[in-house]
Design a binder for this molecule. Structure first.
Ligand SMILES: [Zn+2]
Length: 69
């Protein structure tokens, strides 16, 4: 009878993310919004190149896909 089995290990539900195409390795990854809500950050899983996409304050962009160098 473990009532708290679902409380650990997973990312918070509803955390925003975007898809980024990494040109360095021709690889596609998802990166997640940082705690400040100012940028999406992550890294290339193959070569560890940092990836950052700043949040556009306009909020009107319909693009959810980006390309990183
Ligand atoms: Zn890479």
């Amino acid at each position: 009878m473990n009532q708290s089995a679902n409380s650990a290990g997973q990312s918070p539900q509803g955390r925003p993310f975007i898809g980024v195409h990494l040109r360095c390795c021709n690889h596609y990854v998802r990166i997640y919004l940082n705690q400040q809500g100012t940028a999406y950050t992550g890294h290339c899983p193959r070569c560890a190149t940092p990836v950052r996409v700043d949040v556009v304050k306009e909020g009107g962009s319909s693009s959810r896909f980006f390309t990183a160098d």
